[in-house]
Design a protein around this ligand. Sequence first.
Ligand code: SAM
Length: 388
Amino acid sequence: MLNNLDSKKNLGLLSDPKAESIYLSLTQKNHRVNWKAELMSSNTLKAVDFFCSAGGVSCGFNQAGIEVIGGIDIDSSCKETYEKNNNAKFLHADVSNLDKKKMGKFFGIRRNQRNLVFVGCSPCQYYSNIKTDKTKSKETRLLLEDFREFVEYFRPGYVFVENVPGLDRKAGSPLEQFKEFLNEEGYVFDEDVLNAKHYGVPQSRRRYILIATRLKKQINLPEPDTENIITVHEAIGNHSVFPPIEAGHQDDSEFKHSAAELREINLMRIVRTPHDGGDRRSWPDELQPTCYQTHDGHYDVYGRMSWYEPAPTITTKFVSYSNGRYGHPEQNRAISLREGAVIQSFPLDYIFYSDSQGTIAKMIGNAVPPKLAEQIGLRLIQTHRNAI
Ligand SMILES: C[S@@+](CC[C@H](N)C(=O)[O-])C[C@H]1O[C@@H](n2cnc3c(N)ncnc32)[C@H](O)[C@@H]1O
């Protein structure tokens, strides 16, 4: 029912051809099973996804036509979601002390495999501009170095790294050394800060991206499409897919259109927030949080999303109305888990296996948007075709 385009047409919901193509692109079935059967040639790109979480990159790579062998993560709560949606192996391990030979055996990969991609989207909290305590995330700061050791040992044909833009600026970042290493090992690379909204994702999300190969003299990131920006309305505005719900609504189905509860004060606040992009500047003084009473700025916090713009960056806290501009454009609640997943461009049939809303929100917010990963994957495939 959810993916039935004809029923949407019959209901007159998709009379606009642009809406129809966006609907198709955001709701297409996960390609996970088909590719495995079709693509067994040695020229097919295969990938191992380090720090895979719930599989944003793996999902996008599968959609591009890369055979994802499996992923590695220290957090076992994403195992079921990763394995079942991507039909790929999950290695529960800490990359910083993982034995390379054992890892190679587990995934059935060899050294110097030309058709292999190593994906290294390590945790980004340490480099992020979001003001959080960095003590804990300090431990994860050097995981790019650990990833580099795997690249050095296996010498895969291709490498893909994603992180927050701070990775290329912050003191102590291992990025410069990583790039030096790539140069020394005969890899060429392209790097830039890309915005996911230019790659078919209904969300403004700036991320540092690097792709590298040792098989060609040049590799280029995919070009941005600055014309076709998908809006929040195009992504989650369809009531037959996302029926109106209230704060605290619990969807026990796999679809997980569940919204977090709101405290009474926050309910009063969101009721007083103008629809379609409003924020706390419209509240009376008695509703203003103490910390903002004399503070000008940070108007995204407690704001509603705008219907006709891409969504703001989805973080692991996106179900919480007080953590950013995560208010629904017109309903009195934060966006639901499934709405967040669609804004991250996960297919509608991607199932998040957990009973905890917080765990699912973390998997969704942490992900590299699959549509962005798909564009990267397509570029790697194109590069590989020219290299063989
Ligand atoms: C930003 S998320 C990765 C998102 C993922 N690439 C995607 O597209 O969905 C970072 C992941 O790194 C994992 N991680 C953190 N430290 C790790 C370690 N030492 N070894 C393996 N995984 C680790 C975290 O559990 C988290 O799931």
